[in-house]
Design a protein around this ligand. Structure first.
Ligand code: SIN
Ligand code: MN
Length: 203
């Protein structure tokens, strides 16, 4: 496997998953969505996010009028399904086998969806990296600083790419400015899936 690109401490593994492995992971995510359907999240201020989301694992990340947090249940009440093994394998390979993620957030970007600049900081333990897998349409990913604002750099993430945000980059701002809708054939109706793995509970 080629060395990852290192952009401001973000490790970008281009082409980490081949198309067959991508298809297997998409199939496993269909299973997740059958148990825990995608929902339209809302921020505490009542703004609809443009992505749709669901989760797998012990804890799922949710947002509604009560704000951002991790919850042991889907908003409709069911437990989150287990994280598919093929997804855990990415973490085992790039992070560690002895501490697996508690949370696997699945975001779906349809045409026009984006994700504003933010930090991942709702977890109890920042010593573990965040691992993010891109599937489907390409996305313009922007990487910034721990502090808000300042210089940023962007890269197009393509299907099969994996980004590891650890060390100095763990709390850096990042976001998705736009996707190139229809640029990939992985998902029948187009769009992009981002899978984010996080160790949420301390220790
Ligand atoms: C996120 O940081 O929440 C998503 C990043 C991505 O979609 O690539
Ligand atoms: Mn994030």
């Amino acid at each position: 496997m080629a060395e990852p690109l290192n952009i401001r401490g973000f490790q970008v593994h281009k082409g980490y998953l081949d198309p067959e492995a991508q298809r297997e992971i998409v199939a496993s995510l269909r299973g997740v969505a059958q148990v825990a359907p995608f929902f339209a999240p809302e921020t505490a201020r009542g703004r609809k996010m443009s992505v749709r989301m669901t989760s797998a694992g012990r804890l799922g990340w949710v947002t509604d009028r009560r704000g951002y947090r991790y919850e042991p249940h889907h908003p409709e009440g069911m437990d989150w399904p287990a994280i598919p093994e093929g997804i855990l394998d990415i973490w085992r390979d790039l992070v560690a086998a002895e501490r697996l993620p508690d949370s696997c957030l699945v975001n779906f970007y349809g045409e026009g969806a984006r994700m504003g600049m933010h930090q991942d900081k709702d977890e109890g333990d920042f010593s573990w990296p965040v691992v993010s897998l891109s599937l489907g349409d390409s996305a313009l990913f922007r990487m910034g600083n721990v502090e808000k604002g300042g210089k940023t750099e962007s890269i197009w993430l393509e299907s099969g790419d994996v980004v590891v945000m650890g060390g100095a980059a763990r709390l850096c701002h990042h976001g998705v400015d736009r996707i190139r809708f229809g640029s990939s054939r992985l998902l029948d109706k187009g769009g992009r899936i981002n899978v984010t793995l996080r160790a949420v509970s301390a220790g």
